[in-house]
Write a protein that binds this ligand. Structure first.
Ligand SMILES: *Cc1c(COP(=O)(O)O)cnc(C)c1O
Ligand SMILES: [Zn+2]
Length: 429
């Protein structure tokens, strides 16, 4: 590998730094690592980025690698050979004013990350992490996952010819996601325990077996996920919105988006920062509790219908908190009932998303009600995963069969005899 890279790794806790291409994810002091780019040598502009939208080159067509100078600035010739790209990103930013009117903010936009190749934003971080795994010459990758990370890793590893090992919590994974891990050929190990148990185990396994870990503790996952923020800015023709709102589980995504936007500001590609709102499920709210009390994050036992954010011990909380402060952000929480209400709204608008994604819209509703978000402000909400990821929740919601959830927008299937008069009567009702 070439040696002159314009980035290095830095500990978030102490002053230690490490080479840019290193297969470690923690400092010797056990702090997590950041990728620090030398932006003084970066001459990226809006014009260059906009020109790439019209290009046919695979790197330009990827909504991650279009921003490669800020993700993994290897020379283009090197990156063309090694990038594990499959057209990730370039997701739709929906004008969602109809949904917005229901939650009290007219100028609402929804960035649908469920439109990525494997159906969640995880593909953006995964293309970066798998590309680094290939660059480092690794032959196997692993992750602990509530589902979407494993679905994404399994696919990106398969297209790259790497072995994939997935650790999932027992019996608590949405069916769409489990199917993907199996279908794409990952060795899938169900751990007796929850996500946090699986996460602790996979770190030990990777260290002892020389397997590359691609959870969001991996700093390159964060680099790829920054592209969500970049793309939102480009979608809006570089006009910065007032707010970006997203769900928080392991807290990699909000960490990534704030890091990326700070870099765009430093380069002068944007001229101000949006504010950031991170929404947690009330049953998995360690960041919210810490943020309210101004304290360190204390692990909780997580429980929520939104399995993608059912995480009680988020690894990236320190980086996350730093980013929230830099973007003058807020943290809030919403109940499962509010999440499912918001989901029914997003789904019925024809957009559709999995439960965790809809914490975004429930959070916007709450923050507008509290006057934190102004009803005339421009808000971009991120929908993190596809509606098909968790079909059981949808069917059970519309059957009115979800424990503790009031189904207020039921659209249940109607049974009918195969008889024209009966069908007519049903249609006219
Ligand atoms: C992973 C995931 C989240 C949580 O993102 P973090 O980076 O862990 O905070 C939210 N929604 C969906 C659909 C996810 O897959
Ligand atoms: Zn350190």
């Amino acid at each position: 590998m070439g040696t002159e890279v314009a980035w290095h790794l830095a500990c978030v806790r102490c002053d230690a730094t490490y080479p840019g291409l290193d297969s470690r994810y923690r400092c010797d002091c056990s702090g997590t690592l950041d990728v620090i780019h030398d932006l003084s040598t970066c001459n990226l502009t809006r014009e260059v980025l906009d020109a790439r939208l019209a290009s046919k080159a695979p790197l330009d067509r990827s909504g991650v690698w279009r921003f490669r100078e800020l993700i993994l600035p290897l020379p283009d010739e090197v990156l063309e050979g090694v990038a594990a790209a499959r057209g990730e990103g370039s997701t739709q930013l929906y004008d969602a004013s109809a949904v917005g009117r229901e939650v009290g903010v007219e100028d609402l936009w929804l960035k649908h990350e469920g439109e990525n190749p494997t159906g969640s934003f995880k593909d953006r971080g995964m293309t970066a992490a798998i590309t680094v795994a290939k660059t480092l010459g690794m032959s196997a990758v692993a992750c602990a996952s509530t589902g979407n990370t494993s679905a994404s890793m399994a696919s990106y590893a398969a297209i790259s010819g790497l072995d994939a090992i997935v650790f999932i919590p027992e019996g608590k994974i949405a069916f769409g996601k489990l199917s993907q891990a199996l279908a794409y050929g990952a060795k899938t190990i169900q751990i007796e325990g929850d996500f946090d148990d699986a996460m602790a185990l996979v770190q030990d396994v990777c260290a002892s077996e020389g397997i590359y870990l691609v959870n969001s503790i991996n700093p390159f996952r964060i680099e790829g996920q920054k592209a969500i923020g970049f793309e939102i800015m480009q979608d809006l023709d570089w006009q910065v919105p007032d707010w970006i709102v997203l769900p928080g589980g392991n807290l990699g995504n909000n960490t990534a988006i704030s890091k990326g936007l700070l870099e765009l500001l430093e380069l002068g590609i944007i001229d101000r920062l949006p504010r950031l709102a991170v929404v947690q499920a009330a049953g998995a709210n360690p960041l919210y509790t810490a943020w309210l009390g101004g304290e360190d994050v204390e692990p909780v036992k997580a429980d929520t219908i939104a399995t993608a954010i059912k995480i009680g011990n988020p690894v990236s909380w320190r980086k996350s908190m730093r980013g929230i402060e830099a973007l003058h952000g807020v943290v809030t929480e919403v109940t499962d009932d509010q999440i499912m209400d918001a989901k029914a709204l997003v789904d019925a608008a024809g957009i559709g998303a999995e439960p965790a994604s809809c914490a975004t819209v429930a959070g916007i509703h709450r923050l507008v009600g509290e006057g934190v978000i102004g009803s005339d402000e421009r808000v971009v909400g991120i929908l993190t995963g596809n509606v098909l990821k968790d079909p059981d929740v949808v069917v059970n919601y519309h059957a009115g069969e979800l424990d503790g959830i009031e189904s207020r927008r039921v659209n249940a299937p109607i049974s009918a005899r195969a008889d024209l008069d009966e069908i007519r009567r049903i249609i006219r009702q």
